[in-house]
Design a binder for this molecule. Structure first.
Ligand code: M6R
Length: 630
């Protein structure tokens, strides 16, 4: 028998209220599909018991099933959209899973590490399991733990959930319904995301993997912590307890973006919309944090100047695109603060036993605030007594909640799997943190900070201007759409931009792409270049200590070996023109800030190539937006 753990990084929604649960749950799943699209399913508590529909593949497949065979009316339900790590994404493994008595339906995100032992135990008791998943075990355990004599009756299902959670090892968000409690949804979380929404009407409540699940209905939400169990009850409201049953008061927060922000708004792809939202993402991230005096004001940073003066080393931990933002910010932090700064892939950080202590500042960068690798790196840092500051785009998520301080990027919801506006907002936030450190530690005078602040304030307009020039890049994208390999090179802050360009192209267009530090070409990579190999090169601004002329030499070297060169350079810089098959100009901006502009052609190029190849730009194969497993 194939036994696999499935359903690792998924979108979950639960609803109780007066509206059609099917409509609310399906709409929530549509907004969360970016979290996984291997299968989708829904379960409702109806007058005749549970009603369930589930289907492998994208949500559209489930919607077709429901159009052909509508479910009976119900006002309580759960839904799930799944990203699988192992095993086939087939109908039987789609969530929700049902208990053997047919009374409990459960959806799950995470991995139940001891599920094999629990499964054997259930099989010994004669329970027949019908899927390959770890989740189904929970459905049977919930039915087994349910005690119809527990008082008060309103806590009965939650008590079963607490008892089951105590038996589970690993990471999980669970959301479940029970036919004996038609007005209730019960959820629990450990190391996987879950937030609660408080509906505008009386007796309407939501659970979601993130607020996008219910943003069309409410912007008021509750943070749910580790090992907490939440009951949504149409009559009695929301109750939260720990696993011992002790009542807790969760923190309430207001989401400052609207449902419209999470819709496509007439664009064919979320990614295109999000690329166009970048001027606002940067402006919003900077707003209110730059005082007229040139002083940086970071209210959410709860570290005193004394704490900051104590710091003698900075680590930045992050994954994927967020790691590229970290690499850019290393240049700014070291240059502006003279503090040594190391950038680490979060997935590697804690396994190499880094040297951390109370004088270390660890900055964790994450759009979602739920990336498990980054969360684990953060916890490791805290265990070593380091101070932790999060740069995050998602209010109420786990990473900022567990950090000593947080600076929120204000990019708004990012739905496309490929990160764009969140990246630019992260860069803006990183510059702010670097200046804040420089200010607190006195490594920059106020007038120097004011000058950089003035340059930062020009970025939203410069981004808008860059976006207005992208027709040329789209044409290049169509020209390159059939290429088997595209290389990206840059130096200094252009190097992480090259890495980001290659990552965007790989994840969206499934084309082999690599990013290099241009100076490394001659140490091996240059042998990849054949006649016509496209190479995208980022030329830094001219200036003191600039590697401008060195990058131009590198471009000459690759052109001499037959490369087709696509060069990104600042306005007025035509020195490279003789060696560029295509020359893309972006507005001139200081070297350290240039990645905010030079990344944009990379994003547009990848998007255009993927679209020309007929691919799903927003939901590339095998990926999910929020990676909540290690
Ligand atoms: O939510 P996070 O910023 O922690 O996510 C980190 C990476 O998973 C993410 O940036 C990923 O690399 C994107 N798909 C890149 O476009």
């Amino acid at each position: 028998m194939l036994v696999t753990t499935l359903g690792r990084m998924c979108g979950i929604i639960g609803y109780v209220g007066a509206s059609s649960a099917e409509d609310v749950v399906l709409a929530g799943l549509r907004r969360m599909e970016y979290r996984g699209y291997d299968s989708a399913g829904i379960a409702l508590v109806t007058a005749d018991g549970l009603a369930i529909a589930k289907k492998a593949g994208k949500l559209a497949n489930l919607e077709k099933v429901l159009a052909d065979q509508p479910l009976p009316p119900a006002t309580t339900g759960v839904g799930h959209t799944r990203w699988a790590t192992h095993g086939p994404p087939v109908d039987r493994n789609a969530h929700p899973h049902i208990s053997d008595d047919g009374k409990v339906a459960v959806v799950h995100n995470g991995i139940i590490e001891n599920f094999a032992a629990l499964r054997s135990e259930l099989e010994r008791q004669g329970v027949e399991l019908s899927s390959d998943t770890d989740t189904e075990v929970v459905a049977h355990l919930l039915a087994g733990a349910y005690d119809s004599s527990t008082e008060p009756a309103t806590d009965r299902f939650a008590a079963a959930m607490r008892a089951v959670c105590l038996r589970l090892e690993g990471a999980f968000t669970l959301v479940a319904i029970h036919t004996d409690h038609p007005g209730q949804v019960v959820g629990a979380r450990r190391n996987s995301p879950l937030v609660a929404g408080i509906g505008e009407g009386a007796g309407e409540y939501f659970l979601g993997s993130d607020v996008s699940a219910f943003i069309a209905h409410t912007r008021d939400a509750l943070e749910l912590g580790q090992d907490q169990v939440v009951t949504l009850d149409v009559e009695h409201g929301i109750a939260v307890t720990d696993l011992a049953g002790t009542s807790l008061q969760p923190r309430r927060f207001h989401v400052d973006w609207s449902a419209a922000a999470a819709e496509k708004g007439g664009y064919p792809w979320f990614m295109l919309k999000e690329i166009d939202e970048q001027p606002a993402a940067i402006a919003d991230t900077l707003r209110g944090r730059l005082a007229d005096t040139g002083q940086i004001v970071l209210d959410e940073v709860r570290l005193s100047d004394e704490d900051l003066r104590d710091i003698d080393k900075v680590f930045i931990v992050a994954c994927g695109t967020s790691n590229h933002a970290a690499m850019v910010s290393k240049y700014a932090i070291e240059h502006w603060t003279r503090l040594p700064c190391e950038v680490e892939l979060a997935s590697e950080f804690r396994y190499r036993d880094p040297v951390l202590d109370r004088s270390t500042l660890v900055i964790a960068i994450s759009q979602s605030g739920e990336t498990m690798d980054t969360l684990m790196a953060l916890r490791h840092a805290k265990d070593q007594r380091a101070r932790v500051l999060a740069i995050c785009n998602t209010n109420g998520s786990t990473i900022p909640r567990e950090s000593d301080a947080v600076l929120y990027t204000r990019a708004g919801p990012e739905v496309a799997v490929a990160s764009t506006k969140a990246f630019l907002a992260q860069l803006a936030a990183c510059y702010l943190v670097a200046l804040y450190l420089a200010q607190a530690r006195g490594t920059k005078y106020a007038d120097e900070i004011a000058t950089i602040v003035a340059q930062l304030n020009k970025l939203p307009d410069a981004v808008a201007e860059t976006l207005g020039r992208m027709d040329q890049v789209r044409a290049i994208g169509r020209e390159l759409a059939k290429e088997p390999t595209i290389l990206f090179v840059g130096r200094h802050v252009g190097y992480p931009v090259a890495l980001e360009g290659a990552l965007k192209l790989k994840e969206l267009a499934y084309i082999h792409a690599e990013g290099f530090a241009a100076g490394e070409l001659k140490h091996g990579y240059i042998s990849l270049i054949e006649q016509g190999t496209p190479v995208v090169a980022v030329v830094p601004a001219r200036g003191r200590n600039s590697v401008h002329s060195k990058v131009i030499s590198n471009i000459q070297e690759i052109r001499a070996r037959g490369a087709k060169t696509i060069v990104i350079a600042a306005d007025g810089d035509d020195e490279v023109a003789p060696y560029a098959d295509h020359l893309i100009h972006v507005p001139k901006t200081p070297t350290l800030l240039a990645p905010v502009l030079t990344t944009i052609p990379m994003q547009v190029l990848a998007c255009e190539i993927a679209d020309t190849r007929g691919l799903d730009v927003d939901q590339p194969r095998n990926l999910a937006k929020s990676v909540t497993v290690e």
